[in-house]
Design a protein around this ligand. Structure first.
Ligand code: 6PG
Length: 254
């Protein structure tokens, strides 16, 4: 089902319940895929509970690790073992704790000469994996794309007022200036690349996200508002965000 910018909203009881629902959705997306499944991960603190869960039972046994490929929607331009590395976090919390073939992990190459060079290399890697140079709506690149929401409305590393928001051709771009800490250059997938997915799942937790979530869901022009998915677009939030039977939920869910 195409989302047409009309998202589904799920309110989880708390951050634990949110992680459980996200893990179940991930499992449901990758299990039926008979050849290769592709999941695009996100950084930030919101996916931590999900990542920890994936390394534990029942997901540890149930996930078809051998045929799931793990990508990253954006990363900070720091070495992979740096505390600010998004892929470093995913490795620490789950990928290093389960039996994943090394070739199934696709980090953004942050050891390249610059974020722009890293972006070109990662775009080439995505195209190799996909087997095409242009997106075919009938064949999404990803089975699941995870996204976060920051207090300034950015998602992935697509910041307010950045020219990257309007990028229509490139799949991955380098970002020199960021609006929020950590103030290091980034490499990010663009909206067209992130949209090539059967499901885009935003994970948002905590009361400090209330205001920005309401602004995004009411349609204000912020980066996260521009996110689209060829398949389902789902906002999974916890009750602490204060999103419960509000006008924004009614508006977004129609
Ligand atoms: C990053 C992220 C970023 C993140 C948001 C939300 O590299 O920083 O990919 O887009 O998802 O900043 O972060 P929290 O989940 O920590 O609020």
């Amino acid at each position: 089902m195409a989302s047409d910018g009309h998202p589904q909203i799920i309110v989880a009881e708390d951050a634990e319940a949110l992680a459980e629902i996200a893990a179940e959705r991930l499992l449901a997306r990758v299990t039926p895929v008979t050849e290769r499944a592709a999941v695009c991960l996100t950084g930030g603190s919101s996916p931590e509970g999900l990542y920890q869960r994936l390394a534990r039972e029942p997901y540890r046994s149930k996930l078809p690790w051998g045929r799931v490929h793990w990508f990253m929607g954006d990363d900070r331009f720091v070495p992979g073992d740096h505390t600010h590395s998004n892929m470093g976090m995913a490795r620490r919390l789950f990928l290093d704790r389960v039996s994943v073939p090394a070739g199934n992990i696709h980090p953004i190459p942050t050891d390249a000469d610059s974020p722009h060079v890293a972006a070109r290399h990662y775009e080439a890697e995505l195209k190799r994996f996909y087997g095409r140079d242009r997106f075919d709506p009938a064949h999404p690149l990803f089975d699941l794309v995870l996204m976060g929401l920051a207090s300034d409305g950015h998602t992935a590393s697509l910041f307010p007022d950045s020219p990257a928001l309007d990028e229509a051709e490139r799949w991955v771009v380098g970002i020199e200036r960021t609006g929020l800490a950590p103030f290091v250059p980034r490499v990010t997938l663009t909206f067209p690349a992130l949209a090539s997915t059967r499901e885009m799942l935003f994970l948002v937790t905590g009361e400090d996200k209330h205001d920005i979530l309401m602004r995004v869901l009411s349609g204000e022009d912020l980066p996260a508002t521009r996110a689209r998915a060829q398949g389902d677009l789902v906002w999974l939030v916890d009750r602490a965000t204060g999103l419960e039977d509000t006008d924004a939920v009614r508006h977004a869910t129609g």
